[in-house]
Design a protein around this ligand. Structure first.
Ligand code: BGC
Length: 582
């Protein structure tokens, strides 16, 4: 017979995460054969450096600014920081176009500032993950500058060339350039390949000398104390240098053609032996091919290649104002979880510098619900299996800004798409509506520290407009409020840090078809927790599975009873609750 406990949970314990550590239980679990790794157990916090904190008034965030906020980072309970590129760069793609992999762009400070920042993180137990952008370099890199001038340059073979005497090169899709992936260079009468912008020529990974250069760069940073690498756009690195013709219209599934050629695995194994293993660092792959097999082949431990995959199925949802279906959302996360239940490891995220803000896309920005829905989404991210990646500002529930005309955009991606839409004669009003909703610039506005001028981000002119809601949505305000998104986030990281079940526990979905509630259990040996998340602005009811008895509330964003007689859970709008089961 099914009996439900937790009829009355004392109101005082609600909205509190349990401080009681299940130490006896966790120790027992430690004895078992979990492949424990810090990069599985931690919460990664992503910092977009030009938008975090400006210390010198030039309007761009910098290392000193981050250094000044190390106590804040520590207070979040995060384990590691992943920082977007800060290398010397002409900034055509905000630093994803590197002109010197060993030099720091002056806007961020000096190498000494970098070292002090990272040392400060280490003193607080926070590790550092570097963004490695080596599918391509900047066209201003000295390698490319030399290579484009002479076919005999020692760096010519670091890039992909199509000599013009062979005629036009076979069409290649480019993610940022509507005119395609080849560009002509007059000096040497040849075309070079670029998967992204014209100013981002692709590096030739087929060349062992180039690969060695990359490993040396990675060693350089590992020696400075970097603990991990995020391999940018890495699945595109290997190319068939006979440059075969691809079928017409192939770009609709270009990842199948451009992504993960078998040769790449050999290069990754080489990189593992040269860098990852000897320096005891890990690497996460941006993009994981088209299938689960692709992703497993990248990250399963016995492959000795990379360690964590992050793929795009999660973030490809809700790219337009039409939103998404909760059942589809659940299906995507559940599918990926089952595929990695036994082997391999994935990252869990809903936003980053390439996407709009998570509350706009998956939550509710109306004042009554912004806080609750942001708390609910953070509860979700921090209670799934896989390493959670939190993008700066999501711990506050920062939201999109309005940018209604193309003149307000600075991002190469937005401008390229706009030009393509104009060329194709698309409905520009509709295009701008979608861009305003989905542009990644929404996720790059300065961090909101307090309600003073420029949200306390800079005393100068911010490089990007501050979201006008900074007077309500900011760190100082949320620090004071025990019910803020920020304090909920801290409770959630604390809970995750204490409970191995939230890291390694099996995930089991309940009520897959329910269109309001996302419910699942996490189970590790004899410990189980139940996660109940209402994704809507309406009350929701869910009948719990037979035999399930619920106990202590570990965290909730409301102070109400959740489970009543008859095994029915009643959830308030955007309620998020984690309970123990008995
Ligand atoms: C990065 C983008 C960048 C692109 C080109 C991506 O995957 O995340 O921000 O524009 O690579 O480097």
């Amino acid at each position: 017979m099914l009996r439900l406990s937790l009829l009355l949970i004392a109101v005082s314990v609600l909205f509190e995460c349990s401080d009681k550590k299940d130490s006896a239980n966790d120790n027992a679990i430690e004895e078992t054969k979990l492949d424990r790794q810090w990069w599985k157990e931690g919460t990664l916090y992503q910092i977009y450096p030009q938008s975090f904190k400006d210390s010198d008034g030039d309007g761009y965030g910098d290392f000193r600014g981050i250094f000044d906020e190390l106590d804040y980072l520590e207070s979040l309970g995060i384990t590691a920081v992943w920082m977007n590129p800060f290398f010397e760069s002409p900034m055509v793609d905000n630093g994803y176009d590197v002109a010197d992999y060993r030099a720091i762009h002056p806007r961020y400070g000096t190498m000494q500032d970098f070292q002090e920042m990272i040392n400060g993180m280490k003193e607080r137990g926070i590790k550092f993950v570097l963004d490695v952008v080596v599918n391509h370099s900047s066209d201003q890199h000295k390698w490319f500058q030399s290579a484009k001038k002479s076919r005999d340059s020692e760096y010519r073979g670091y890039y992909h060339w199509w000599p013009a005497e062979k005629g036009e090169p076979p069409y290649r899709y480019s993610l940022f350039d509507p005119e395609g992936g080849w560009d002509y260079v007059e000096e040497t009468d040849a075309y070079y390949l670029h998967t992204f912008a014209e100013a981002q020529p692709d590096l030739n990974w087929e060349n062992p000398k180039l690969r060695q250069e990359v490993y040396d760069i990675m060693k350089f940073w590992a020696e400075k104390g970097v603990d991990g690498f995020r391999m940018d756009a890495f699945q595109f690195a290997s190319k068939d240098t006979t440059y075969p013709e691809f079928p017409d219209g192939y770009e609709s599934e270009f990842i199948k053609y451009h992504g993960l050629r078998p040769q790449l695995h050999g290069y990754l194994k080489e990189m593992y032996l040269e860098v990852l293993k000897p320096y005891n660092v890990y690497a996460v792959a941006e993009g994981a091919g088209s299938t689960f097999e692709d992703a497993h082949d990248l990250v399963d431990a016995d492959r000795e290649e990379l360690q964590v995959a992050y793929h795009f199925d999660y973030v490809d949802m809700s790219k337009t104002p039409d939103g998404y279906e909760l059942s589809e959302f659940k299906e995507v996360f559940t599918r990926w979880d089952s595929a990695f239940a036994k082997e391999g490891w994935i990252a869990i995220f809903l936003s980053n510098h390439d996407n709009a803000r998570l509350v706009n896309r998956f939550g509710d920005t109306r004042p009554a619900y912004r806080t609750l829905s942001a708390q609910m989404l953070n509860t979700f991210l921090l209670s799934m299996r896989g390493t959670p990646y939190t993008y700066y500002g999501d711990e506050l529930g920062m939201t999109n800004i309005d940018m209604l005309t193309i003149e307000e955009y600075v991002d190469i991606d937005a401008i390229g798409k706009y030009e393509a839409a104009v060329t194709k004669g698309e409905d520009i009003e509709e295009f701008m509506k979608v861009l305003n909703y989905s542009s990644r610039e929404n996720g790059r506005t300065p961090m909101q520290w307090n309600d003073s001028k420029n949200a306390g981000f800079t005393v100068g002119k911010p490089w990007k407009p501050i979201n006008p809601n900074y007077r309500e949505v900011n760190v100082a305000e949320q620090n004071k409020n025990p019910k803020s998104v920020l304090n909920h986030f801290r409770k959630m990281t604390r809970l995750r840090n204490e409970k191995l079940v939230l890291v390694y526990g099996d995930y089991d979905l309940i009520a897959p078809e329910h269109e309001q509630v996302y419910a699942y259990t996490r189970t590790l040996e004899n410990e189980q927790v139940l996660v109940l998340l209402n994704f809507t602005d309406q009350m929701a009811e869910l009948t719990l599975p037979n035999e399930m008895e619920v106990g202590e509330v570990l965290i909730s964003n409301y102070a109400n009873e959740v489970v009543g007689n008859g095994g029915k859970a009643q959830l308030a709008p955007y309620q998020a609750v984690i309970l123990k089961t008995d």
